[in-house]
Design a protein around this ligand. Structure first.
Ligand SMILES: Nc1ncnc2c1ncn2[C@@H]1O[C@H](COP(=O)(O)OP(=O)(O)O)[C@@H](O)[C@H]1O
Ligand SMILES: [Mg+2]
Length: 450
């Protein structure tokens, strides 16, 4: 009997006895036991505490003992299985399931297996993981182009057990769509996946209660700390629109009054031992993240840029002509799919699809784009607004040392404003040899000058 068979058998037994599949910790204990690992070694592998792993193990052996009607312990588990015939154990499960009238609701239907093939049991495939998923009010994404390298990066971070991932980008760049696209690709790694938007800025306590209710399947009256669930199960928590918990009219990443405990929560997720992962989707980088990024195991940040040439598909879909001008449009809007969709709709509506005519007006900020940019600008501090209007009036990228006196900002205020605008991804950096220059993308400069 190989490890996959043992895990399949154990999963069927646990499911028959408890109605739940093997969770991440139980899976690791069984694998570890078959490889003669101690609880301490298994706990290290899981980034969990030995006492927690021992407790889960003790309950696991009790459930397996009941299911197999044999006294199973960590010490004899392997020997018992080696002596036994796998098929006999499968039959034991079938009888258990039938006797206890439990409906098996996953890929391996044990009852019908018995009827179909009583004498020639098949070696079942390892049970595919079926995480419980609650996507809450996540939007539905109809079209999705490219993002291959970003998806690979995120998948790699998740497989290497990064605990806190932040996806940063301007509105419309595709953060939500990318994360939704990621879910089917990594879901088999998790026991539970939950998506919540912070659009209405929920206080941390109510968000945590909501998440724990989902993770605990509302069975418990006393809800323990969220971190305990993140230790005993491999969970993926996705929090969208995190910028709503940051203050407006201040430098980026400062929490609104009453929301400061989110910072401690993010830090705890990044630093404490568990196997779960939280993805933050935001316009602004939380303050804690910069310090935590020095430990790649704990914390990674993906700054999402535009779609590049893949955005041509948007124009094909919208039926725009003049494909020789598409690259210029993509560059002007920095490949932002929402901005490009907005521009393509306006070009169809106002110019009957004629891109050259649209470009001759030299005006990128139309309709919804003005509103989208306004949402970013109303969040800025006074010093950031001053730096931006200065940059918007430069006709080429500038160095920090070119700061004019009329900005009326001290060197420290000026540098902090630049740093904060970088964290909001509102200014671009251009490297010219060893000189670092800063500039604005055209749509933003145009919005500021209008
Ligand atoms: N890779 C993509 N391919 C095609 N359309 C996309 C892609 N990414 C985003 N979009 C579209 O662009 C719009 C904005 O995307 P969204 O994910 O909501 O942006 P964000 O969350 O960064 O504000 C949506 O209509 C979405 O369908
Ligand atoms: Mg979004």
């Amino acid at each position: 009997m190989d490890i996959a068979e043992v895990l399949t058998l154990a999963d069927q037994l646990i499911f028959a006895k408890t109605g739940k599949h093997l969770d991440y910790v139980q899976d690791a204990i069984l694998r570890g036991t078959l490889e003669d690992a101690t609880y301490t070694q298994i706990a290290q592998e899981l980034y969990s505490s030995p006492s927690h792993v021992r407790n889960v193990g003790s309950n696991l052996w009790k459930t397996l003992s009941k299911g197999l009607k044999k006294n199973i312990t960590k010490n004899n588990f392997r020997a018992v299985l080696e002596k036994a015939n796998f098929y006999n154990y499968q039959l034991a499960i079938v009888e258990n399931v039938t006797a206890e009238n439990i409906t098996v609701n996953h890929n391996v239907n044990i009852c019908s297996e018995k009827v179909r093939s009583p004498k020639t049991p098949q070696n079942p495939e390892p049970t595919a993981k079926h995480p419980r998923i609650d996507l809450g009010d996540a939007p539905e994404i109809s079209t999705f182009f490219d993002r291959t390298s970003e998806l690979t990066t995120l998948e790699n971070w998740i497989s290497s057990r990064t605990r806190l991932i932040t996806i940063l980008g301007l509105s419309g760049i595709g953060k939500t769509a990318l994360t939704l696209e990621l879910i089917p690709q990594i879901q088999q790694e998790f026991d539970c996946i939950i998506w919540r938007s912070l659009h209405n800025a929920p206080p941390l306590a109510s968000l945590q209660t909501d998440i724990i209710k989902f993770l605990s399947q509302q069975q418990e009256t006393e809800l323990p700390d969220l971190i305990n669930y993140l230790r005993s199960h491999r969970c993926l928590i996705i929090l969208d629109d995190v910028q709503t918990i940051f203050s407006s009219q201040q430098l980026a990443g400062n929490y609104k009054p009453g929301y400061e405990n989110y910072g401690a929560f993010f830090k705890q997720i990044a630093e404490s031992c568990h196997n779960s992962c939280i993805i933050l989707i935001s316009w602004e980088k939380p303050r804690e993240i910069a310090a935590l990024e020095s430990q790649p195991k704990s914390c990674q940040t993906l700054q999402l840029n535009g779609l590049g040439e893949a955005a041509r598909e948007i124009f094909t879909e919208k039926g725009l002509a003049e494909s020789e001008n598409w690259s210029e449009l993509i560059e002007l809007y920095r490949g932002n799919p929402l901005w490009l969709n907005t521009a393509a709709a306006a070009i169809q509506d106002l110019f009957n699809g004629n891109i050259s005519e649209f470009l001759s007006y030299d005006s990128l900020v139309l309709g919804d784009l003005e509103y989208l940019l306004h949402q970013h600008f109303q969040r800025l501090s006074d010093s950031e607004k001053r730096v931006l209007s200065w940059l918007a009036n430069q006709n080429k990228p500038v160095e920090i040392s070119q700061k004019p006196a009329l900005l009326e900002l001290s060197p420290s205020e000026f540098l902090k404003a630049i740093e904060s605008l970088r964290r909001r991804l509102l200014i671009e950096k251009v490297q010219k040899g060893d000189r670092t220059l800063f500039t604005l993308q055209r749509a933003i400069a145009e919005y500021l000058n209008s």
